[in-house]
Structures are given as C-alpha cells and as structure tokens.
Design a protein around this ligand. Structure first.
Ligand SMILES: *Cc1c(COP(=O)(O)O)cnc(C)c1O
Length: 502
C-alpha cells in the first residue's frame, strides 16, 4: 500500500500517486478517499432533500446537445470533476422516480441499503458469471430468498438480470428449448419443421417485452396470440384454452403461455392455477410475468389471486420495481433451474466450471455480470426482512387505496376499474386531452403522472411504488390535477360541483 504522506500528496489538483508510477488510472489513496467521502456526503444530502425540489426538470436543449455529443479531451482530467459534473449536469434532470410525488411508472427510489451496497460491490467488482467467489454464491442465496418470497416451489433457482425484459427473454428462451428438446427438435430438419409452428400466448394487457422477447427467439408477431381479457381485466382462460385447441387443430405447436402478475396498465392479476391447468393439459410451459407484482402473495389481501404460484414453470420479478433495489435488478426464477441451464449452458475450453457448482453464466445469456445486483438486493432484503417486504407492499396498497378514495370523492374525477395492485386509472370530466393535462402537471414540477390507453381511451394513470410517498403527496397530486384541469378546460358544470367540496 502507498502511504499518503510519503508520496507528496498535494491535494485535489494533484491526485496521481508518484509511487504508482506512470499508471494513467492511478490515484493517490488519500485523494481517492477524499473524493469517495465527498461523493458519499453528496449522496446522503441529495437523497435526504430530494422531496424539496421539483420532481424533475426539462433538460435545457444546450445541455442535451452537450451531453449527447460526446467530446473526449486529449488529456485526462481530475477526479473531483466527476462529482461536480454529476451534481450540475445530471442530478437536476432525473427520471423523477426518487421523488415521493412521482406516480408515472413503476419505478421506485433507490433503497438506502441498495445505494451503499452498489458502491461496495463495485469495489469488489466480481464478475458473477464465472469463477468461484462469494458474490456468485450470494446471488444463488438471494435468488432462493426471492423464490420463497414469491411462494414458488422449493426447487426454484435462476439468475438476476438487468430487469424484467431480460428475465422474460430468458424464460421464453428456456421454454422454447425445453419444448423443442422433448420433441427432439433442437436441430436439423426436426428443428426446421417445428420452429415455424411454435405459438406463444399472452393476455391483452401483457407487457410489450413479451412480444419483444418472442421476436428475439424467432417467434413473429403472427404467432404471439393475444388473448382477450375479461371485464376484470384478467386473461380470459376459456378464450386461452379455445385458442390453444384451435392452433393445435391447425397443426401449430403451442409451447408457452405468459400470464400477468399483475398487468402494467391496470394492475390486474392473472391467477396462475387455471392457466397452469391448460398448460399441463397441452404440454406447455407457464411463465408468469411478475415484474412488479411477483411478490404480491406477501399481501394478505392479494394472496388469494396468486393461487397456484408454486406450480408455474417460471416467474419474472423486478426487485428494482417494488423492492426499491437500485436499477437494474430483475430476476428470472425457474422452478426447475436445469431448464435454464439446458438453454444457456454453453461452455468454452478456457472456462472450466465445476460440474457440481455450475457458474451463473450457464443459466443466462450474459457471461461477465455485475455483482452489484446481488449485493444491492441482499442489502435491501437485509434491511427489510420478511416482514418489511410485506410492510412495503402494504404501504403501496394503502396509498393506492387513499388515492382511489380521493378520486371517488371528487365530482370532477372518475375512477376506472383497476387494481388490485397499486395502480390507479382515472379520468377528469370535461377535459379535452388527458395527455395535455399530464404534461402540464409534469411541467409544473410538483407531481408527475402519466397516461395509459384504457379501452381505446387515453386516461390518467398513477402507480405507487415509493416507500416515501405519503398521503400528503397524493393530496399534492390531486391538487395539481384539479388546478391544471381548471386552467386547461374550465368546466362550468363540474366547477360548481367542485366548489361544494373545496
Ligand atoms: C416493467 C415491466 C417489465 C419490464 O421490466 P424492465 O425491468 O423495465 O425491463 C416487464 N413486465 C411487466 C409486467 C412490467 O411491469
């Protein structure tokens, strides 16, 4: 180790250590420590005061141009410029999901434990695809914890991913491999004959990453069957079974159904059991997309809707959504993890893994993988404990309930069927454009929400997955919507009615 005093440390402007010779990345240990401390102090203050400022700001076009055009200098710069750069050019213009009045998408703030863990894991810098090291075992452990929290079978294994999209892709690829392997159609003419007939099914509310994943594994749009939903916005299981039968009679090969736990637009939950029953009958794989509702069985009020989760084949969970693990942390959980390995267990002569303890790279598409996901997830779960996971989800549920009450109580607002997960869809009476309304609310900066397509209509949608969101933030959201609506489209009729409630 280099001792700071012995190498002529001269402060921030002169950070390179003479003792480390000419290495272009070398930094004097004391300068490094000082910058880490300054950065840590900045992080703590930034997160503590986040709710004081606007949810986000529009990026000035000059800054957008500057950021987007690159411009690497010939000679390297000082470490301290990094914090200044982040503070001035990046932090004022976030997505907004750290702020407790952000309701637009299912994006949470970073958990304090996760922020600390990301820094530590970055220093350890293990690659969670290969070798033998503690972080890869930790990944195995947090996967087991997630599976238990989700209520999946004890055999479940899997991998952490960059997010739900990647988890859906891995599970669909594993499903296809499993299906073709059983037909002995993994290669050759058998493959050619089977692959062009594969069909995947999903509900009308499925996330677009399902069709994207299907496209990547070679299933075109025309063989992604979109099954209608019932009036409660769940997959119509009778229609699903009928579609499978029709495809079988047409000589096609139904191989996988993707259900929603729950749906992104409205928070509806497809109960697994009846969908699994259809899958079993026809030798299909049941993948449940639980990117944001995958752990919902922890909430007693939602648990009945998760009936049969222990019998599904695979589940996507996004800890960076409901658990507040910093982005990106998703998970692909597979009841029989050997099926993931069957699809992804490619080997190379220079990568010699232990047969009894296969490397994580054999369960996923990625080889070099960050350990930040495992440690940030572990740290967040450590901070929460089992009871904290349930309490966190119940908090979202309570806040969504409060928002629904506020909407129902106001004559200018119209609550639409949504839930049980914490997403709230609603209309404002007498408004020409909900898109313009949402944009105006966003521009005012005090609250942030988005719109969604609802039965062919564009309406407002608010999701709750921020542990810091309280009733006061929901009150702010309602105030902002009503004020903005009055400015955009004063509706004399409901205006009078509103006055009684003011
Ligand atoms: C968000 C979401 C996804 C995609 O997850 P990413 O982490 O954004 O890739 C997939 N499915 C559902 C149901 C989602 O809500």
């Amino acid at each position: 180790m280099v001792s700071g005093a012995s190498v002529g440390f001269e402060g921030r402007g002169s950070q390179r250590s003479a003792a480390e010779g000419d290495s272009v990345l070398a930094v004097h240990p004391r300068a490094f420590r000082d910058e880490l401390v300054s950065s840590a102090q900045w992080v703590a203050e930034y997160l503590a005061n986040l709710d004081q400022g606007p949810v986000t700001r529009r990026l000035p076009s000059a800054l957008r141009r500057r950021l987007g055009s690159g411009g690497l200098a010939e000679h390297g710069g000082d470490l301290f410029a990094i914090l200044d750069f982040a503070e001035e050019s990046l932090a004022p213009y976030p997505t907004g999901n750290g702020h407790p009045a952000f309701f637009a998408w299912i994006n949470s703030p970073p958990s304090p434990a996760g922020v600390i863990a990301e820094l530590l894991a970055t220093a350890i810098n293990a690659t969670c695809g290969m070798g033998e090291h503690a972080l890869m075992d930790l990944e195995r452990g947090v996967i087991a914890d997630l599976a238990r929290l989700a209520g999946m079978a004890d055999t479940t294994g899997g991998v952490l991913t960059s997010g739900g999209s990647m988890a859906n892709l891995l599970c669909l690829a594993a499903a296809r491999h499993w299906f073709l392997e059983r037909r002995q159609a993994l290669d050759g003419p058998e493959y050619d004959a089977a692959h062009g007939r594969l069909v995947v099914y999903c509900g009308a509310q499925a996330h677009m990453s399902v069709a994207k994943a299907a496209a990547v594994i070679g299933i075109p749009r025309s063989r992604v069957r979109v099954i209608a939903t019932t009036s409660d916005r769940r997959m119509d299981v009778a229609a699903f079974a009928a579609a499978v039968r029709a495809d079988l009679s047409a000589g096609l090969l139904p191989f996988c159904a993707v259900s929603n736990l729950g749906s992104t637009p409205t928070g509806a939950i497809d109960t697994p059991a009846p969908i699994t029953a259809v899958c079993r009958e026809h030798g299909m794989w049941h993948h449940a997309d639980g990117a944001w509702g995958g752990l919902g069985v922890q909430v007693p009020g939602w648990a009945p809707a998760y009936d049969g989760i222990a019998e599904i084949d695979s589940l996507t969970v996004d800890p960076h959504k409901t658990l507040s693990v910093p982005v990106g942390c998703g998970a692909a959980l597979v009841t029989d993890p050997q099926r993931l390995r069957a699809a992804f267990g490619f080997r190379a002569s220079y990568l010699d893994s232990d047969e009894n303890l296969p490397w994580m790279s054999e369960y996923t598409f990625e080889l070099t993988r960050p350990g930040t996901r495992a440690l940030a997830l572990w740290a967040t779960l450590h901070q929460l404990g089992r009871s904290g996971v349930a309490a966190l989800l119940e908090h979202y549920d309570r806040m969504a309930g409060y928002l629904r009450e506020r909407i129902t109580a106001h004559p200018r607002l119209d609550l639409l069927a949504c839930g049980p997960l914490p997403v709230v869809c609603f209309r404002v009476h007498g408004i020409t454009s909900h898109v313009a309304l949402a944009e105006a609310v966003q521009n005012r900066g005090r609250a942030y929400l988005a719109t969604v397509d609802y039965d062919g209509d564009t309406v407002l949608r608010a999701c709750i997955c921020n542990h810091r969101t309280g009733t006061e933030h929901i009150d702010t959201l309602i105030d902002e919507i009503l004020t903005t609506a009055k400015e955009l489209d004063p509706d004399p009729e409901s205006g009078r009615a509103t006055a009684q409630f003011a």
